[in-house]
Unconditional design. Structure first.
Length: 439
């Protein structure tokens, strides 16, 4: 018991450190959000499983979730993932400031692109609703589509909604440089469309991924004290909202137990993939995939009209999760274990920690970038990783990677990414030139 409790305490302390840093950092560091995600989707179920704590028989959805021996291994994987994220972050921080080789302009033409993007995404959302079935869609969270195009419809709806959230961020950045009041109309339109769709379907994760990038950019312009206060307020409000959404969509009673349970339910249920995969690996029912799921995730980015048989190949690996993810939820960490055990966990999260730190290296020139109207291109990667990849740790490797790639391509097209000319790169990037310019 002592070693298990020590792992829980150390993982909790590191996660608490990340939470405090998220409150105080100007821009939320993706490594801190990733640490929180790893903790949330693994540790609560591991603790419940170790102590065989299953109130009202709501926590354990299969027998492996309540196995103390497997809970110890789950906890070990979670702790090593968190330590590897910190290790990769530290290693990247020792390399110094990177060259900002790409940028996108905040210019008048961006307003036209934003409106065109809104029109396209609203059209995609409507097409998705038709594919899903209008009557089925309007019935909310518990109603799935029986139509042949239901899966495609779901994908179109949430791609459209998530993209509108990114358009909102772009409009806010344009307004910071151009000071055009009409840009707030773009913000209002996208906000209303997203809110209507998300409230109808009551999808908690999509609520987070749609509005998180907006919150990140808005709070980055506030002073440290105001940012901390607002992040606390918004964080608590979001938790309350997500709990209420969960209560409403299953028509449960509002009481202390249900409030606590639905606060952790996403992590508890998605976390079932970990003990299930551990059991199947140990019993020989599964073998390591040796990284093939990451390759498949990249292939999943290809549109269906280019590769008609994509779903049969890409999602064939989900057969390995049948029976261990009772509600269809898995996690990035659990599927990383399936790639190669502890070695894969350490290697993947070291890389993630390293990349997360490098893409965050725009903060020092942010004010100058806004003033010059040229935003470092790595901000696109930062936004995609922070608002798309990490929140979708709950969906596993393939959806997380695929949706991140889609977001990056969409943002590159929306913003019109430029390469920094070689002669400028040899000296300073446009944003760095602005910093060095005399006042």
């Amino acid at each position: 018991m002592t070693s298990f409790l020590l792992m829980v305490v150390l993982a909790s302390a590191l996660t608490l450190h990340s939470i405090v840093r998220m409150l105080h950092s100007r821009f939320i560091k993706p490594v801190d959000l990733a640490v929180l995600a790893v903790f949330y989707y693994t540790v609560p179920l591991a603790v419940a499983g170790y102590f065989i704590y299953n109130p009202r028989n709501l926590i354990f959805l299969h027998s492996q979730a309540g196995d103390p021996a497997i809970a110890i291994q789950s906890m070990r994987y979670a702790l090593m993932a968190i330590l590897a994220l910190y290790g990769g972050h530290w290693g990247a921080s020792q390399l110094g400031a990177p060259r900002l080789g790409t940028y996108f302009k905040l210019e008048q033409g961006g307003i036209t692109r934003a409106w065109l993007a809104i029109g396209a995404m609203v059209g995609i959302i409507w097409l998705g609703v038709i594919q899903f079935g209008l009557s089925e869609f309007m019935q909310g969270y518990l109603r799935e589509s029986d139509l042949e195009g239901g899966t495609l419809g779901t994908a179109l709806v949430y791609f459209g909604v998530g993209s509108l959230g990114l358009v909102t961020v772009y409009a806010i950045l344009l307004n910071k440089f151009l000071s055009r009041r009409d840009l707030w109309l773009i913000v209002a339109v996208t906000f209303i469309v997203c809110l209507v769709v998300l409230l109808i379907r009551s999808k908690r994760l999509e609520i987070v991924t749609t509005f998180l990038p907006v919150a990140i950019v808005l709070l980055a312009s506030r002073s440290t004290m105001k940012a901390v206060s607002w992040r606390l307020f918004l964080g608590i409000s979001l938790l309350v909202l997500l709990v209420l959404v969960a209560l409403i969509r299953v028509n449960d009673q509002l009481e202390l137990f249900t409030i606590n349970f639905y606060f952790l339910s996403e992590g508890l249920y998605a976390g079932h993939a970990m003990p299930g995969i551990i059991h199947r690996l140990e019993s020989g029912m599964l073998g390591y995939e040796n990284g093939m799921r990451f390759v498949t995730a990249i292939l999943a980015f290809l549109p269906r009209f280019i590769w008609e048989g994509k779903d049969e190949v890409v999602y064939a690996g989900n057969l390995a999760l049948e029976g261990v993810a009772p509600l269809g939820a898995t996690t990035f960490l659990a599927e990383t274990v399936l790639q190669g055990g502890l070695v894969a966990v350490v290697l993947v999260h070291l890389i993630l920690g390293f990349v997360f730190e490098r893409v965050s290296r725009f903060e020092a020139v942010w004010d100058a970038a806004i003033a010059s109207g040229r935003i470092p291109g790595r901000f696109i990667l930062y936004l995609a990783f922070t608002a798309i990849l990490i929140p979708h740790f709950r969906d596993g490797i393939i959806p997380a990677v695929k949706l991140t790639l889609q977001a990056c391509v969409f943002l590159v097209i929306l913003t019109g990414l430029h390469w920094t000319p070689a002669y400028l790169l040899q000296r300073r990037s446009p944003a760095e030139e602005q910093v060095a310019a005399p006042r």
